[in-house]
Design a protein around this ligand. Structure first.
Ligand SMILES: [Ca+2]
Length: 322
């Protein structure tokens, strides 16, 4: 009796001890990772704005995710793919395959040189839509597509095989502007909704996505205008890890001051949905690229509000982890 009591007291003392609780937490986390990694494909227009790189950084630092592949969309998709090649190689993830969407003309790209110098760039990349449809067929109902650029590849996949596309588990996009426009942070003067970049650059594909019947999760301007201020940048860029070093290089090539981390909220939502709570909504994408909230059967789950401080507490800890 005494022995049993002593053992339970000992166990209680261990559990109360903070380091043991942390260890238990880690073991539980590793256990859950082993069982149910989330299969994701990321479709990105990395290369001009810098937030895509910050989204990829979060994905590669997250053991909860199994990144099946990364595809590029919009403009010079081959240059974008070379940027992804280098980023993945520099952070030790060159096993993740990279695919290209249809190229469409030349656009200014602040981070072009990062991919063009030829570091780790693969000589060719297979087609993004072929890959997407093939993976959906292989893992029906299991894949989350995270789309953080204009939606050309999504539109093409729906055109080519709408039935297969519907077998995605879900699509999580950064896109749209429901009640707030660019520059409206909630505390300052109101800026009305405006056509958001990703929707505006391929309105037809966005319309197809909202009509596709696939569960669509939307992280619009309303909840994604997350400013990486100088205190946060100083923290991140002095971590000296392979991932934060690449972010520092891409940030300097981008050559502006304060990045807005629109895209990382999509990856964050997949990992911690409570950081961007969604509500059902019927969204109509009009010809001008507005995402109108209208009465009707919900065709999307939309996050209208997030707490930037909570987001950064999570993001900086995870991406800055040594
Ligand atoms: Ca983007």
């Amino acid at each position: 009796m005494t022995t049993i009591l002593n053992l339970s007291e000992l166990l209680g003392a261990f559990i109360m001890n903070r380091s043991w609780r942390r260890l238990l937490g880690l073991l539980l986390c590793l256990g859950s990772v082993g069982w149910a990694q989330e299969k994701v494909i990321i479709d990105t227009d990395i290369g001009d704005d810098v937030d895509d790189a910050f989204a990829l950084a979060l994905a590669v630092k997250s053991p909860e995710l199994q990144v099946l592949g990364i595809s590029t969309a919009f403009g010079e998709t081959d240059v974008r793919a070379k940027i992804v090649d280098r980023f993945l190689a520099e952070v030790g993830k060159s096993d993740i395959p990279v695919f290209v969407g249809k190229p469409a003309g030349k656009t200014p790209m602040s981070q072009r040189i990062y991919g063009e110098e030829g570091h780790f760039a693969k000589s060719s990349h297979a087609d993004a839509t072929d890959f997407l449809l093939q993976e959906i067929t292989k893992y029906p109902g299991e894949i989350t597509l995270i789309a953080i650029g204009p939606l050309m590849n999504v539109g093409e996949a729906i055109d080519r095989d709408a039935a297969a596309f519907r077998k995605l588990k879900r699509v999580v996009i950064m896109g749209g502007s429901i009640r707030r426009g660019y520059g409206d942070y909630g505390y300052n003067e109101h800026f009305p909704p405006s056509p958001e970049w990703n929707i505006l650059n391929d309105v037809k594909s966005a319309q197809k996505l909202f009509a596709s019947g696939v569960p669509v999760y939307v992280m619009p301007l309303d909840s994604t205008q997350l400013k990486l201020d100088e205190v946060k940048r100083a923290f991140l860029f002095t971590r000296g890890t392979p991932v934060t070093d690449q972010l520092a290089i891409l940030y300097h090539l981008w050559a502006q001051e304060t990045p807005t981390l629109f895209d990382p909220m999509t990856v964050t939502f997949v990992l911690k949905p409570e950081l961007c709570p969604v509500a059902p909504m019927h969204i109509r994408v009009d010809e001008k690229g507005y995402t109108r909230e209208e009465p009707g059967t919900p065709n999307a789950q939309v996050c209208l509000n997030s707490n930037p401080e909570d987001f950064f507490q999570f993001y900086l800890r995870r991406v800055g982890e040594r």
